[in-house]
Design a protein around this ligand. Structure first.
Ligand code: UTP
Length: 414
Protein backbone atom coordinates (compact mmCIF):
# COMPACT_ATOMS: atom_id res chain seq x y z
CA UNK A 1 0.00 0.00 0.00
CA UNK A 2 2.90 2.31 0.76
CA UNK A 3 4.17 2.03 -2.80
CA UNK A 4 0.71 2.61 -4.17
CA UNK A 5 0.36 5.70 -2.02
CA UNK A 6 3.67 7.05 -3.31
CA UNK A 7 2.64 6.35 -6.91
CA UNK A 8 -0.70 8.12 -6.36
CA UNK A 9 1.05 11.12 -4.78
CA UNK A 10 3.32 11.42 -7.81
CA UNK A 11 0.36 11.38 -10.21
CA UNK A 12 -1.49 13.99 -8.17
CA UNK A 13 1.52 16.25 -7.95
CA UNK A 14 2.01 16.08 -11.70
CA UNK A 15 -1.58 17.19 -12.28
CA UNK A 16 -1.94 19.60 -9.36
CA UNK A 17 -4.63 17.45 -7.73
CA UNK A 18 -3.07 16.86 -4.29
CA UNK A 19 -6.34 17.79 -2.55
CA UNK A 20 -7.59 14.26 -3.29
CA UNK A 21 -5.43 12.87 -0.49
CA UNK A 22 -6.18 15.61 2.05
CA UNK A 23 -8.66 13.43 3.92
CA UNK A 24 -6.97 10.11 3.21
CA UNK A 25 -6.01 9.30 6.79
CA UNK A 26 -9.63 9.38 7.93
CA UNK A 27 -10.66 6.59 5.55
CA UNK A 28 -10.99 2.89 6.37
CA UNK A 29 -8.24 0.62 5.03
CA UNK A 30 -10.56 -0.63 2.29
CA UNK A 31 -11.56 2.86 1.22
CA UNK A 32 -7.93 4.00 1.26
CA UNK A 33 -7.09 1.22 -1.16
CA UNK A 34 -10.07 2.00 -3.39
CA UNK A 35 -9.22 5.71 -3.45
CA UNK A 36 -5.64 4.97 -4.51
CA UNK A 37 -6.88 2.61 -7.23
CA UNK A 38 -9.21 5.29 -8.51
CA UNK A 39 -6.48 7.92 -8.53
CA UNK A 40 -4.21 5.61 -10.47
CA UNK A 41 -6.84 4.88 -13.09
CA UNK A 42 -8.34 8.36 -13.62
CA UNK A 43 -7.37 9.92 -16.93
CA UNK A 44 -6.36 13.35 -15.58
CA UNK A 45 -5.19 14.53 -19.01
CA UNK A 46 -8.69 13.94 -20.37
CA UNK A 47 -10.26 15.76 -17.42
CA UNK A 48 -7.92 18.72 -17.89
CA UNK A 49 -8.93 19.03 -21.53
CA UNK A 50 -12.62 18.74 -20.71
CA UNK A 51 -12.31 21.37 -18.00
CA UNK A 52 -10.50 23.76 -20.35
CA UNK A 53 -13.35 23.47 -22.83
CA UNK A 54 -16.10 23.71 -20.18
CA UNK A 55 -17.53 27.01 -21.44
CA UNK A 56 -17.20 26.24 -25.12
CA UNK A 57 -20.51 26.68 -26.89
CA UNK A 58 -20.74 25.86 -30.54
CA UNK A 59 -22.95 28.00 -32.72
CA UNK A 60 -23.59 26.59 -36.15
CA UNK A 61 -24.09 28.46 -39.39
CA UNK A 62 -26.71 27.84 -42.05
CA UNK A 63 -23.97 26.36 -44.23
CA UNK A 64 -23.49 23.34 -41.99
CA UNK A 65 -27.07 22.85 -40.86
CA UNK A 66 -30.16 22.10 -42.89
CA UNK A 67 -33.63 20.89 -42.00
CA UNK A 68 -34.25 17.15 -41.99
CA UNK A 69 -37.24 15.56 -43.67
CA UNK A 70 -39.79 13.78 -41.54
CA UNK A 71 -42.97 11.77 -41.87
CA UNK A 72 -45.98 12.74 -39.83
CA UNK A 73 -47.61 9.65 -38.34
CA UNK A 74 -51.05 11.18 -38.39
CA UNK A 75 -50.85 12.26 -42.00
CA UNK A 76 -49.85 8.93 -43.52
CA UNK A 77 -52.30 7.54 -46.01
CA UNK A 78 -54.35 4.55 -44.89
CA UNK A 79 -52.39 2.29 -47.25
CA UNK A 80 -49.02 3.51 -46.05
CA UNK A 81 -49.97 3.16 -42.42
CA UNK A 82 -51.27 -0.37 -42.96
CA UNK A 83 -48.16 -1.35 -44.84
CA UNK A 84 -45.80 -0.09 -42.10
CA UNK A 85 -47.90 -1.55 -39.31
CA UNK A 86 -47.92 -4.92 -40.99
CA UNK A 87 -44.13 -4.98 -41.38
CA UNK A 88 -43.57 -3.76 -37.82
CA UNK A 89 -46.11 -6.13 -36.31
CA UNK A 90 -44.47 -9.06 -38.03
CA UNK A 91 -41.08 -8.12 -36.56
CA UNK A 92 -42.52 -7.69 -33.06
CA UNK A 93 -44.42 -10.98 -33.21
CA UNK A 94 -41.26 -12.73 -34.33
CA UNK A 95 -39.54 -11.50 -31.15
CA UNK A 96 -37.20 -9.13 -32.94
CA UNK A 97 -37.79 -6.07 -30.77
CA UNK A 98 -36.13 -5.20 -27.47
CA UNK A 99 -36.74 -2.14 -25.28
CA UNK A 100 -34.08 -0.21 -23.42
CA UNK A 101 -34.84 2.32 -20.71
CA UNK A 102 -32.12 4.77 -19.81
CA UNK A 103 -32.34 5.31 -16.07
CA UNK A 104 -28.79 6.25 -15.18
CA UNK A 105 -29.38 9.98 -14.81
CA UNK A 106 -29.08 11.80 -11.50
CA UNK A 107 -32.39 13.61 -11.74
CA UNK A 108 -30.97 16.62 -9.93
CA UNK A 109 -33.73 18.96 -11.11
CA UNK A 110 -36.48 16.71 -9.78
CA UNK A 111 -34.66 16.33 -6.48
CA UNK A 112 -36.23 12.97 -5.63
CA UNK A 113 -34.27 10.92 -3.15
CA UNK A 114 -33.74 7.75 -5.18
CA UNK A 115 -33.74 6.66 -8.83
CA UNK A 116 -36.21 8.63 -10.96
CA UNK A 117 -38.02 5.45 -11.93
CA UNK A 118 -39.03 4.92 -8.30
CA UNK A 119 -40.79 8.29 -8.23
CA UNK A 120 -44.57 8.47 -7.71
CA UNK A 121 -46.01 11.20 -9.97
CA UNK A 122 -49.12 11.38 -7.83
CA UNK A 123 -51.60 9.19 -9.69
CA UNK A 124 -54.43 7.77 -7.63
CA UNK A 125 -52.79 4.34 -7.88
CA UNK A 126 -49.45 5.80 -6.70
CA UNK A 127 -47.68 3.62 -9.20
CA UNK A 128 -44.03 4.57 -9.60
CA UNK A 129 -42.67 5.49 -13.04
CA UNK A 130 -41.00 2.09 -13.53
CA UNK A 131 -44.36 0.42 -13.06
CA UNK A 132 -46.07 2.76 -15.54
CA UNK A 133 -43.47 1.89 -18.18
CA UNK A 134 -43.66 -1.79 -17.34
CA UNK A 135 -47.42 -1.77 -17.82
CA UNK A 136 -47.13 -0.52 -21.37
CA UNK A 137 -44.74 -3.34 -22.16
CA UNK A 138 -47.08 -5.88 -20.59
CA UNK A 139 -49.96 -4.60 -22.71
CA UNK A 140 -47.80 -4.92 -25.83
CA UNK A 141 -46.75 -8.44 -24.85
CA UNK A 142 -50.41 -9.41 -24.60
CA UNK A 143 -51.26 -7.76 -27.89
CA UNK A 144 -48.44 -9.35 -29.87
CA UNK A 145 -48.18 -12.67 -28.02
CA UNK A 146 -44.52 -12.26 -27.10
CA UNK A 147 -42.37 -11.20 -24.17
CA UNK A 148 -40.26 -8.21 -25.11
CA UNK A 149 -36.86 -8.23 -23.43
CA UNK A 150 -36.49 -5.09 -21.32
CA UNK A 151 -33.03 -3.73 -20.56
CA UNK A 152 -32.61 -1.00 -17.97
CA UNK A 153 -29.53 1.16 -17.89
CA UNK A 154 -28.55 2.31 -14.41
CA UNK A 155 -25.48 4.10 -13.09
CA UNK A 156 -23.06 2.90 -10.44
CA UNK A 157 -24.74 5.40 -8.15
CA UNK A 158 -28.30 4.10 -8.51
CA UNK A 159 -27.90 0.51 -9.68
CA UNK A 160 -28.41 -1.14 -6.29
CA UNK A 161 -31.44 0.97 -5.40
CA UNK A 162 -32.97 0.26 -8.80
CA UNK A 163 -32.45 -3.50 -8.69
CA UNK A 164 -33.67 -3.66 -5.07
CA UNK A 165 -36.79 -1.72 -6.06
CA UNK A 166 -37.64 -4.20 -8.81
CA UNK A 167 -36.95 -7.13 -6.46
CA UNK A 168 -39.13 -5.64 -3.73
CA UNK A 169 -41.96 -5.13 -6.22
CA UNK A 170 -41.60 -8.58 -7.72
CA UNK A 171 -40.57 -7.05 -11.06
CA UNK A 172 -44.11 -5.66 -11.36
CA UNK A 173 -45.16 -9.06 -12.64
CA UNK A 174 -42.82 -8.94 -15.64
CA UNK A 175 -41.03 -12.26 -16.32
CA UNK A 176 -37.75 -11.81 -14.45
CA UNK A 177 -35.68 -13.50 -17.14
CA UNK A 178 -36.72 -10.78 -19.56
CA UNK A 179 -35.47 -7.86 -17.49
CA UNK A 180 -31.78 -7.13 -17.45
CA UNK A 181 -29.95 -4.26 -15.78
CA UNK A 182 -26.69 -2.85 -17.01
CA UNK A 183 -24.51 -0.07 -15.70
CA UNK A 184 -23.24 2.93 -17.58
CA UNK A 185 -19.84 4.47 -17.08
CA UNK A 186 -18.93 7.45 -14.93
CA UNK A 187 -16.45 10.29 -14.80
CA UNK A 188 -15.13 12.36 -11.88
CA UNK A 189 -16.71 15.75 -11.26
CA UNK A 190 -14.52 18.82 -10.96
CA UNK A 191 -15.00 22.04 -9.02
CA UNK A 192 -14.96 25.59 -10.34
CA UNK A 193 -11.15 25.62 -10.13
CA UNK A 194 -10.68 22.40 -12.10
CA UNK A 195 -9.86 20.32 -9.04
CA UNK A 196 -11.42 16.85 -8.90
CA UNK A 197 -13.95 16.66 -6.06
CA UNK A 198 -14.32 14.21 -3.20
CA UNK A 199 -17.76 12.91 -2.29
CA UNK A 200 -19.26 13.04 1.18
CA UNK A 201 -17.33 9.94 2.23
CA UNK A 202 -14.02 11.30 1.02
CA UNK A 203 -13.87 9.15 -2.11
CA UNK A 204 -13.67 10.45 -5.71
CA UNK A 205 -16.94 12.15 -6.63
CA UNK A 206 -18.10 10.40 -9.76
CA UNK A 207 -21.11 11.09 -11.95
CA UNK A 208 -22.76 9.11 -14.73
CA UNK A 209 -21.17 9.99 -18.07
CA UNK A 210 -24.37 10.92 -19.91
CA UNK A 211 -26.93 8.97 -21.92
CA UNK A 212 -24.45 8.77 -24.79
CA UNK A 213 -22.57 6.27 -22.66
CA UNK A 214 -25.25 3.74 -23.49
CA UNK A 215 -23.65 2.23 -26.57
CA UNK A 216 -20.27 1.36 -25.09
CA UNK A 217 -21.96 0.15 -21.90
CA UNK A 218 -24.21 -2.13 -23.92
CA UNK A 219 -21.14 -3.67 -25.48
CA UNK A 220 -19.06 -3.89 -22.30
CA UNK A 221 -21.89 -5.32 -20.20
CA UNK A 222 -22.75 -7.97 -22.77
CA UNK A 223 -26.14 -6.47 -23.67
CA UNK A 224 -25.46 -6.48 -27.41
CA UNK A 225 -24.31 -10.06 -27.17
CA UNK A 226 -27.43 -11.03 -25.23
CA UNK A 227 -29.69 -9.28 -27.73
CA UNK A 228 -28.07 -11.03 -30.64
CA UNK A 229 -28.38 -14.37 -28.90
CA UNK A 230 -32.11 -13.71 -28.53
CA UNK A 231 -32.47 -12.85 -32.21
CA UNK A 232 -33.18 -9.15 -31.60
CA UNK A 233 -32.99 -6.91 -34.67
CA UNK A 234 -34.59 -3.68 -33.51
CA UNK A 235 -33.92 -1.86 -30.27
CA UNK A 236 -36.05 0.95 -28.95
CA UNK A 237 -34.14 3.27 -26.61
CA UNK A 238 -36.00 5.76 -24.47
CA UNK A 239 -35.63 7.70 -21.24
CA UNK A 240 -37.14 6.71 -17.92
CA UNK A 241 -38.61 10.15 -17.40
CA UNK A 242 -41.29 10.17 -20.08
CA UNK A 243 -44.38 8.50 -18.64
CA UNK A 244 -46.01 8.30 -22.08
CA UNK A 245 -43.03 6.75 -23.84
CA UNK A 246 -44.28 4.35 -26.51
CA UNK A 247 -41.61 1.71 -26.62
CA UNK A 248 -43.46 -0.70 -28.88
CA UNK A 249 -44.46 1.00 -32.09
CA UNK A 250 -44.94 -1.16 -35.20
CA UNK A 251 -45.35 1.92 -37.43
CA UNK A 252 -41.87 3.17 -36.58
CA UNK A 253 -40.28 -0.22 -37.18
CA UNK A 254 -42.21 -0.70 -40.43
CA UNK A 255 -41.28 2.76 -41.68
CA UNK A 256 -37.57 2.20 -41.06
CA UNK A 257 -37.59 -1.34 -42.43
CA UNK A 258 -39.48 -0.47 -45.58
CA UNK A 259 -37.05 2.35 -46.35
CA UNK A 260 -34.05 0.16 -45.57
CA UNK A 261 -32.84 2.69 -42.98
CA UNK A 262 -31.27 1.35 -39.82
CA UNK A 263 -32.21 4.05 -37.32
CA UNK A 264 -35.25 6.14 -36.52
CA UNK A 265 -36.29 8.86 -34.14
CA UNK A 266 -39.61 10.23 -32.98
CA UNK A 267 -40.19 13.95 -32.86
CA UNK A 268 -42.91 16.25 -31.59
CA UNK A 269 -43.52 19.73 -32.94
CA UNK A 270 -41.50 22.32 -31.08
CA UNK A 271 -43.90 24.31 -28.90
CA UNK A 272 -42.44 27.62 -30.13
CA UNK A 273 -39.23 28.95 -31.70
CA UNK A 274 -37.55 29.34 -28.33
CA UNK A 275 -38.64 26.22 -26.49
CA UNK A 276 -35.58 24.79 -24.75
CA UNK A 277 -35.34 21.54 -26.66
CA UNK A 278 -32.93 20.04 -29.15
CA UNK A 279 -34.27 19.65 -32.68
CA UNK A 280 -33.49 17.15 -35.41
CA UNK A 281 -31.56 18.51 -38.38
CA UNK A 282 -28.88 17.54 -40.86
CA UNK A 283 -25.35 18.64 -40.06
CA UNK A 284 -22.92 18.44 -42.94
CA UNK A 285 -25.39 16.14 -44.65
CA UNK A 286 -25.83 13.72 -41.75
CA UNK A 287 -28.64 13.33 -39.22
CA UNK A 288 -28.08 15.28 -36.05
CA UNK A 289 -29.71 17.14 -33.20
CA UNK A 290 -28.99 20.78 -32.62
CA UNK A 291 -29.35 21.99 -29.05
CA UNK A 292 -31.33 25.15 -28.28
CA UNK A 293 -28.12 26.76 -27.04
CA UNK A 294 -26.36 26.03 -30.33
CA UNK A 295 -28.90 27.43 -32.78
CA UNK A 296 -28.93 31.09 -33.79
CA UNK A 297 -32.03 33.19 -33.13
CA UNK A 298 -32.63 33.57 -36.88
CA UNK A 299 -32.45 29.86 -37.52
CA UNK A 300 -34.69 29.07 -34.57
CA UNK A 301 -37.34 31.43 -35.92
CA UNK A 302 -37.07 30.51 -39.60
CA UNK A 303 -40.26 29.16 -41.17
CA UNK A 304 -40.97 27.27 -44.39
CA UNK A 305 -43.51 28.05 -47.11
CA UNK A 306 -46.30 26.59 -44.93
CA UNK A 307 -45.42 28.79 -42.00
CA UNK A 308 -43.99 25.87 -40.01
CA UNK A 309 -40.68 26.15 -38.14
CA UNK A 310 -37.87 24.89 -40.34
CA UNK A 311 -36.19 23.46 -37.27
CA UNK A 312 -39.29 22.35 -35.45
CA UNK A 313 -38.85 18.60 -34.88
CA UNK A 314 -38.03 18.24 -31.19
CA UNK A 315 -35.92 15.30 -30.18
CA UNK A 316 -37.70 13.51 -27.35
CA UNK A 317 -35.17 10.77 -26.66
CA UNK A 318 -37.29 8.11 -28.35
CA UNK A 319 -35.14 6.30 -30.85
CA UNK A 320 -35.05 3.01 -32.65
CA UNK A 321 -31.85 1.38 -33.84
CA UNK A 322 -31.10 -1.72 -35.76
CA UNK A 323 -28.77 -3.91 -33.70
CA UNK A 324 -26.14 -3.62 -36.47
CA UNK A 325 -25.98 0.15 -35.98
CA UNK A 326 -25.74 -0.19 -32.21
CA UNK A 327 -22.83 -2.53 -32.65
CA UNK A 328 -21.05 -0.07 -34.94
CA UNK A 329 -21.68 2.94 -32.72
CA UNK A 330 -20.53 1.04 -29.63
CA UNK A 331 -17.04 0.84 -31.08
CA UNK A 332 -16.69 4.63 -31.07
CA UNK A 333 -16.24 7.12 -28.27
CA UNK A 334 -18.74 9.94 -28.36
CA UNK A 335 -17.53 13.44 -27.38
CA UNK A 336 -18.16 14.78 -23.88
CA UNK A 337 -20.02 18.00 -23.14
CA UNK A 338 -19.85 19.84 -19.84
CA UNK A 339 -22.77 20.58 -17.56
CA UNK A 340 -22.66 23.02 -14.67
CA UNK A 341 -24.39 21.34 -11.73
CA UNK A 342 -25.05 21.68 -8.03
CA UNK A 343 -22.87 19.25 -6.13
CA UNK A 344 -22.31 18.27 -2.52
CA UNK A 345 -18.69 17.48 -1.79
CA UNK A 346 -16.02 17.24 0.90
CA UNK A 347 -13.48 20.05 0.95
CA UNK A 348 -9.82 19.79 1.94
CA UNK A 349 -10.66 20.44 5.59
CA UNK A 350 -13.04 17.49 5.58
CA UNK A 351 -16.12 19.73 5.68
CA UNK A 352 -19.20 18.96 3.60
CA UNK A 353 -20.07 21.71 1.15
CA UNK A 354 -23.62 21.69 -0.19
CA UNK A 355 -24.09 23.51 -3.49
CA UNK A 356 -27.18 25.67 -3.55
CA UNK A 357 -26.10 27.07 -6.93
CA UNK A 358 -24.20 25.20 -9.64
CA UNK A 359 -20.68 24.79 -8.29
CA UNK A 360 -19.18 21.87 -10.22
CA UNK A 361 -18.77 20.43 -13.69
CA UNK A 362 -20.00 17.10 -14.88
CA UNK A 363 -19.03 15.65 -18.25
CA UNK A 364 -21.59 13.87 -20.35
CA UNK A 365 -21.87 12.22 -23.74
CA UNK A 366 -25.17 12.71 -25.57
CA UNK A 367 -26.94 9.84 -27.27
CA UNK A 368 -27.76 11.97 -30.29
CA UNK A 369 -24.09 12.59 -31.07
CA UNK A 370 -24.22 9.04 -32.37
CA UNK A 371 -26.59 10.10 -35.15
CA UNK A 372 -23.76 11.71 -37.08
CA UNK A 373 -22.24 8.33 -37.80
CA UNK A 374 -25.48 7.18 -39.44
CA UNK A 375 -25.94 7.48 -43.18
CA UNK A 376 -29.58 8.29 -42.72
CA UNK A 377 -32.34 8.29 -40.19
CA UNK A 378 -36.11 8.14 -40.39
CA UNK A 379 -37.87 10.85 -38.38
CA UNK A 380 -41.48 10.25 -37.47
CA UNK A 381 -43.46 13.11 -36.02
CA UNK A 382 -45.90 11.96 -33.34
CA UNK A 383 -48.39 13.80 -31.17
CA UNK A 384 -47.00 15.34 -28.02
CA UNK A 385 -50.13 14.52 -26.02
CA UNK A 386 -49.85 10.85 -27.00
CA UNK A 387 -46.17 10.19 -26.49
CA UNK A 388 -44.40 12.85 -24.50
CA UNK A 389 -44.97 13.55 -20.81
CA UNK A 390 -41.57 14.35 -19.32
CA UNK A 391 -40.79 14.49 -15.62
CA UNK A 392 -37.81 16.82 -15.28
CA UNK A 393 -38.46 19.55 -12.75
CA UNK A 394 -39.96 19.45 -9.26
CA UNK A 395 -42.48 22.15 -10.22
CA UNK A 396 -43.75 24.09 -13.24
CA UNK A 397 -43.01 22.89 -16.77
CA UNK A 398 -42.24 19.22 -17.30
CA UNK A 399 -42.98 18.43 -13.68
CA UNK A 400 -44.88 15.57 -11.98
CA UNK A 401 -47.99 17.74 -12.16
CA UNK A 402 -47.86 18.28 -15.93
CA UNK A 403 -46.85 14.67 -16.58
CA UNK A 404 -49.68 13.36 -14.39
CA UNK A 405 -52.25 15.42 -16.28
CA UNK A 406 -50.93 14.25 -19.67
CA UNK A 407 -50.87 10.65 -18.48
CA UNK A 408 -54.41 10.81 -17.11
CA UNK A 409 -55.80 12.51 -20.23
CA UNK A 410 -54.16 9.99 -22.50
CA UNK A 411 -55.34 6.89 -20.66
CA UNK A 412 -58.83 8.28 -20.13
CA UNK A 413 -59.45 8.14 -23.83
CA UNK A 414 -58.04 4.63 -24.29
P1 UTP B 1 -31.65 14.18 -18.40
O1 UTP B 1 -30.73 14.75 -19.39
O2 UTP B 1 -32.95 14.84 -18.22
O3 UTP B 1 -30.86 14.09 -17.03
O4 UTP B 1 -31.86 12.66 -18.77
P2 UTP B 1 -31.28 13.58 -15.58
O5 UTP B 1 -30.01 13.12 -14.96
O6 UTP B 1 -32.40 12.60 -15.58
O7 UTP B 1 -31.81 14.87 -14.83
P3 UTP B 1 -31.06 16.20 -14.34
O8 UTP B 1 -30.54 16.87 -15.59
O9 UTP B 1 -29.94 15.79 -13.41
O10 UTP B 1 -32.14 16.94 -13.66
C1 UTP B 1 -32.70 12.21 -19.78
C2 UTP B 1 -32.77 10.71 -19.70
O11 UTP B 1 -31.47 10.14 -19.87
C3 UTP B 1 -31.13 9.35 -18.77
C4 UTP B 1 -31.99 9.82 -17.63
O12 UTP B 1 -32.15 8.81 -16.66
C5 UTP B 1 -33.27 10.17 -18.36
O13 UTP B 1 -34.03 9.02 -18.62
N1 UTP B 1 -29.69 9.53 -18.46
C6 UTP B 1 -29.17 10.77 -18.35
C7 UTP B 1 -28.93 8.41 -18.25
O14 UTP B 1 -29.43 7.26 -18.34
N2 UTP B 1 -27.62 8.58 -17.94
C8 UTP B 1 -27.04 9.80 -17.82
O15 UTP B 1 -25.83 9.87 -17.52
C9 UTP B 1 -27.84 10.93 -18.04
Amino acid sequence: MKEKLEAAKAVLEKHGQEQLLANYEKLSENDKDKLLDDILTIDFNQLEKLYEKRNFKQVYSEAEIEPISYVEKDKMSKEEREKYDEIGTKAIKAGKLAAVTMAGGQGTRLGHNGPKGTFDIGLESHKPIFELLCETLKLANEKYGVVIPWYIMTSKENNKDTVDFFEKNNYFGYPKGYIQFFKQGELPMVGEDGKVLLDEKGMIKQAADGHGGIFTSMRKDGVIYDMKARGIEWVFIGGVDNVLVKMVDPTLIGLAESKGILAAGKSVVKAGPHEKVGVFCKRNGRPSVIEYSEISKEMAEETDENGQLKYGESHILCNLFNIKEIEKISEKNLPYHSAHKKATYMNEKGEIVKGTEPNAYKFEAFLFDAFESLDDMVIMRVKREEEFAPVKNAEGVDSPETARKLYQDFWKTK
